[in-house]
Structures are given as structure tokens and as C-alpha cells.
Ligand binder design. Structure first.
Ligand SMILES: NC(=O)c1ccc[n+]([C@@H]2O[C@H](COP(=O)([O-])OP(=O)(O)OC[C@H]3O[C@@H](n4cnc5c(N)ncnc54)[C@H](O)[C@@H]3O)[C@@H](O)[C@H]2O)c1
Length: 392
């Protein structure tokens, strides 16, 4: 089995820089490739600030920070790729760029080199065909920021060989990450389930059953480190809309895009980046209060009928659908969601706590009111028919 000693990262943007920081923290020498000097310097200064923060917080010594920084070799070409064991590509999510980068990696690396893609949405099987070495191509989906987030989804393509899978899982574990093997599906596991919960928060706001503060506060009290609407504002409604449209195209009506999200993008209420989203933000990015202009898109006020449980029902249902499709091992599902999203309880633990028969009854009640978003998964029904109240 290939022993991973030397790693290359392609792209020093948001993900490439933080992945590099995660690698050097575990003493891996990294060849960091960018497309031009400006982006390379920008990426390196991001890594410097990550290291400086570590020193300020007393997590690493200044000597250790320097030693880690010296493990990085910046480059603009492929001339030093002859002894690379693993390449992690983190270039922009477009077919043209991925295709040309994967083909360049194949031309310039030994045939034993594993090619891992950090893609959030592209097919690993397709990336394998772009690289010309499908057996050695795999998804390695880090979460942002990669040096802090514990989870890595490891996604084999149709033709990825077993050795590549095992090697990638071992490598992710060596980085101190929780590596969860996920079968190839749109948005993979965590973002697929997250999408259902995020959409539901917008449907609730749109219905006028709660204000943005009520939705966020109750959801945090119930199970999350940050509310869904505050999170949408952090990531940007434009990015949220393109992900939501992609999921709807892939999975159909249960992922219907809430019209409110479309209206917000048209109005340029993108969140923190435009200082206006679900909330208003000041120049420092601090929340000032709810955005009153949303009243044109949502039913005014709050009926007080909102329960945070409602957001988790579609997520639980999607968890059962994912299990039906064997997307991951049952034992891994909650761990992945907790590590990827900071949930205190994963969707299966929530379902167990509710009791599966109550969970199904709530799903059916909401299906009558809201339609496809709540159509119960057949696996959930089968558990209830079998008289099981938990999925342990
Ligand atoms: N941003 C996130 O939260 C996030 C999370 C998980 C996965 N991802 C995925 O990670 C990948 C990268 O996303 P990002 O947000 O870091 O993008 P980004 O735009 O911040 O960074 C991409 C970098 O790649 C560089 N690049 C482009 N062509 C190149 C080439 N030929 N050689 C070397 N460098 C090149 C760009 O200059 C840029 O610096 C995407 O596939 C994305 O879907 C992103």
C-alpha cells in the first residue's frame, strides 16, 4: 500500500490554505501549487495568520510555527511533482478547471500517486475519468475551515480501487480527522442532510410562523451551535441558492427551493457580504437586528407555532433515505453529522429520542400539510411496522 509521505495541494484559496494548515500541523511536507504569484502569496499569508493565531492562543510555540511553515514549498508549476504520494486538489468548482487540473496532475505524477478531490458536488467517477486514473482518484471532502473541522468524508468513485480507499481513510485518520466513507451521491452525506434542514427553516419563515430570531434561537436551544438563518447569512444566499437548485435538480420535489431564497438573491440580500440578509450587519460584520425589508416576501409577524423539531424532521427523513441507499454505515451517520455541523445530537439519535412511531406520525401529519418534503422514507415505515421505536 502507498505510504503517504509527501503531499501536494493544488489551489491555495479558502480550502487549499486551511487543508495545508491541517497537513503541516501533522508534519507532512506540502507542495502548494497556485496559478499565479498573487494567489500563492495570499494563500501563504492565510496560513501565516492561522499559525500566528495558534501561537497567540498558546496552542503552538513560535518555533513550532516556524518549523511547520518551513514544511511548505510554494510553486506555480508541476516540475517538483515526481515524488508526491498524494495530491489534494482544491481548485474552483467548475468542470473546465477540474478537468484541466486533473489531467495535468496525471501527466506530472508517478502512476502510484493518489489524486484526492475536495469537490463539494462533482461526481468522483467523472473526476476519475478526467484524471485518466480512476482507480487512484477519490473524494476527500474537508469542511471549512479544514484545520479546525474534524470531519472528512471519503468518497470512492465507481472505479476507485480498495487500496486507494483504505490509504485515504488511514491518511485522514493520521491527520486527526474522523474519516467517514460515503457512497457517491449528490452533495454527499452531510451537506445533503443539511440542505433539507436549511430549506425547511426558510419555509417556516415564509409561512410566518416565526421570526428569524425565534427560528435561530429555538434551533440553537434544541440542537445546533448556530441557527440556520444566521448560518445562511454567513455563507451567502447566492451560494445557498446554487446548492439548493442543484439538490432540487438531483433529488426532485422534496428539495424544492423555497421562493424566499430566490427573492433574497434577486434583492441582493445575500447576508454578511452585502450587510443585509435575514439580518442587518454593521461595518464590522456584527448583527444589528432582523432585516425589516423581508416583510415583502414573508407573512408578517409570528404565530408562535414554530417548534425546532420541524426543521429536523426532513433531515431525519433524509437520513433514513441515505441509509436505504447504503450511502454510509448506520454507525457513522450521527458521528458524521455531529463532527461536520456541530450538532449536539445526530438525526438518528433525535429520531430515537422522539420514538420512531411518533417520528413517523409527525412526518405523516406534515406530509398532509406540506407535501413531498415530508413523505416518510420507506425504511422509517418498515422500522415502525416491525414494532421498533429506535434504530439502534
Ligand atoms: N469553500 C468551502 O466552504 C468549501 C468546503 C468544502 C469543499 N469546497 C470545495 O473546495 C474546492 C475549492 O473551493 P474554495 O472555496 O477553496 O475555492 P477558492 O476560489 O477559494 O480557491 C480556489 C483556488 O484555486 C486556484 N486555482 C485555480 N486554478 C488553478 C490551477 N490550475 N492551479 C493551481 N491553483 C488554481 C485559484 O487561484 C484559487 O486560489 C471546490 O471544489 C469547492 O467545492 C469548498
Amino acid at each position: 500500500m502507498t505510504e503517504i509521505k509527501k503531499v501536494a495541494v493544488i489551489g491555495a484559496g479558502t480550502m487549499g490554505a486551511s487543508i495545508t494548515a491541517a497537513l503541516i500541523a501533522k508534519n507532512y511536507p506540502v507542495l502548494l501549487k497556485e496559478s499565479n504569484e498573487t494567489f500563492l502569496s495570499k494563500g501563504l499569508s492565510t496560513i501565516d495568520s492561522i499559525l500566528n493565531k495558534g501561537v497567540e492562543k498558546g496552542k503552538i510555540s513560535p518555533d513550532d510555527a516556524k518549523r511547520q511553515r518551513d514544511l511548505i514549498t510554494g510553486t506555480l508549476d508541476y516540475s517538483k511533482f515526481q515524488d508526491i504520494d498524494l495530491v489534494i486538489e482544491a481548485v474552483p468548482e467548475t468542470v473546465e478547471i477540474k478537468k484541466s487540473v486533473l489531467s495535468d496532475i496525471d501527466k506530472n505524477c508517478p502512476t502510484t500517486t493518489i489524486i484526492a478531490s475536495n469537490t463539494s458536488s462533482m461526481s468522483i467517477s467523472q473526476l476519475g475519468s478526467f484524471s485518466g486514473r480512476p482507480g487512484k482518484t477519490i473524494g476527500m471532502h474537508f469542511f471549512n475551515p479544514a484545520h479546525l473541522m474534524k470531519l472528512v468524508e471519503v468518497i470512492p468513485g465507481l472505479l476507485t480501487d480498495k487500496e486507494t480507499i483504505q490509504c485515504t481513510i488511514d491518511f485522514a485518520n493520521n491527520l486527526g480527522k474522523l474519516a467517514v466513507q460515503v457512497d457517491e451521491c449528490a452533495s454527499f452525506l452531510v451537506n445533503r442532510l443539511l440542505g433539507r434542514y436549511m430549506n425547511e427553516s426558510l419555509w417556516c419563515l415564509q409561512e410566518g410562523i416565526a421570526t428569524q430570531d425565534e427560528i435561530d434561537q429555538k434551533t440553537c436551544e434544541f440542537n445546533m451551535p448556530v441557527g440556520p438563518l444566521a448560518l445562511r447569512d454567513m455563507n451567502g444566499a447566492d451560494i445557498g441558492l446554487s446548492v439548493a437548485r442543484y439538490n432540487q435538480a438531483e433529488y426532485g420535489p422534496r428539495f424544492e427551493v423555497p421562493p424566499l431564497l430566490e427573492s433574497m438573491v434577486l434583492a441582493n440580500y445575500l447576508g454578511k457580504k452585502t450587510k443585509k440578509g435575514f439580518y442587518i450587519y454593521d461595518d464590522k460584520g456584527s448583527k444589528v437586528g432582523p432585516n425589516p425589508d423581508l416583510a415583502q416576501f414573508v407573512k408578517a409577524g409570528s404565530t408562535g407555532d414554530f417548534k425546532a423539531e420541524r426543521l429536523f424532521l426532513p433531515m431525519i427523513n433524509e437520513a433514513f433515505l441515505a441509509l436505504q441507499e447504503n450511502v454510509c454505515q448506520k454507525e457513522d451517520l450521527d458521528k458524521a453529522l455531529q463532527a461536520g455541523l456541530g450538532m449536539r445530537k445526530g438525526p438518528l439519535a433525535l429520531a430515537n429520542e422522539m420514538g420512531l412511531s411518533r417520528c413517523l406520525a409527525l412526518m405523516e401529519e406534515n406530509f398532509q400539510k406540506h407535501g413531498e418534503r415530508f413523505r416518510p422514507a420507506s425504511l422509517l415505515k418498515r422500522y415502525v411496522f416491525a414494532g421498533r421505536e429506535t434504530i439502534d
